[in-house]
Design a protein around this ligand. Structure first.
Ligand code: GLU
Length: 310
């Protein structure tokens, strides 16, 4: 193991090491359509700011983006609302489960951060503002298509319907915040948008490519597009580092030392500032709801490459 190892060699080595771990963890089953995913899948893709792309395993198989979509809606909302967004959502780790309602009562309907479900629903409300769910969903999808340079990203309608049918907690969170005046649009429209954004299907290769702007001060180093200001990119990375892994965010920072965002579909987007973006997918989750094998793979890759920001 050495920090001078090439990215291609490090990714290949991590891919080999993960073979023995395939299938570990529990596939999320609280959204019934997610429970049918093959637990043995493992894919990883990395792309550097110089455009070098490497991958291993099932890097070309689409999976459910779930909470990783919250990085991209936060990007859109910050560009639409600017600093005004922070009056409606905080930026502190919650220390509670991703779908918890307990802090909202004491904190007047202002969620702790944009990555717990309550905060993400506020962010989606900001992205929706004044538009129909169809238009907002297309905006989120098209942002991902543009950033990943592919048209092959779509909503999985079965997963979206499954989320809507079983989304009792998300309806509770949205209605509760509406009671505090922190959801402006109709709750049904906000949640339709939210369930659809979470149900986008994406591959590791596409996701790493789409997130690359965050490794390069908000500017896509390949297309040259300034996706967000450098200041917003810094803030998004800071929130990914402190809040991106539910109430195991501290543990992820301890082990990997980089901004990351996980989703219950088993994906994780990792940003190595100034260097690369990485996406990993392995559907089995640990007790906190983060991909078990994905976290291990990123820990090994970041260590091999000497990428920790600390
Ligand atoms: N759509 C999921 C939910 O709202 C997202 C959860 C996640 O990936 O954290 O429950």
């Amino acid at each position: 193991m050495s920090a001078s190892e090439s990215l291609a060699d490090a990714v290949a080595a991590v891919g080999r090491e993960m073979q023995a771990h395939r299938g570990e963890g529990q596939v999320a089953d609280y959204i019934p359509a997610l429970a049918r995913v093959d637990a043995n899948r493992f894919g990883l893709a990395a792309i550097t700011c110089d455009g070098e792309a490497v991958e291993t395993g099932d890097a070309w198989v689409p999976f459910s983006i779930q909470s990783i979509s919250k990085v991209f809606t936060l990007t859109l909302a910050l560009e639409r609302l600017g600093e005004g967004l922070w009056a409606r959502v905080g930026r502190e780790p919650s220390g509670s489960r991703f779908n918890s309602i307990v802090q909202l009562e004491a904190e007047q309907g202002v969620p702790r951060n944009p990555f717990i479900n309550a905060g993400a629903i506020v962010v989606t409300d900001a992205v929706l503002a004044g538009r129909t769910p169809e238009v907002a969903i297309a905006d989120i999808r098209d942002t991902l298509r543009r950033l990943s340079e592919t048209d092959a990203i779509d909503v999985d309608k079965e997963v979206a319907a499954s989320e809507a049918e079983t989304g009792y907690r998300n309806f509770a969170l949205a209605n509760f915040m509406k009671g505090f005046g922190n959801i402006h649009g109709p709750v049904d429209d906000v949640l339709t948008t939210y369930f659809n954004q979470c149900s986008l299907r994406i591959t590791c290769r596409q996701l790493a490519r789409a997130g690359l702007f965050l490794a390069n001060g908000g500017k896509d180093p390949i297309s040259g597009e300034q996706v967000v200001s450098a200041e917003h990119a810094r803030r998004i990375n800071a929130i990914m580092l402190t809040c991106g892994h539910y109430d195991a965010s501290g543990d992820f920072a301890f082990k990997v030392g980089l901004p990351g965002k996980s989703g219950v579909g088993g994906g994780i987007l990792l940003i190595a500032p100034g260097r690369a973006a990485v996406a990993v997918w392995s559907p089995g989750l640990n007790a906190v709801g983060n991909s078990q094998v994905g976290t291990l793979a990123l820990e090994r890759l970041a260590a091999r490459m000497g990428w920790s920001v600390f």
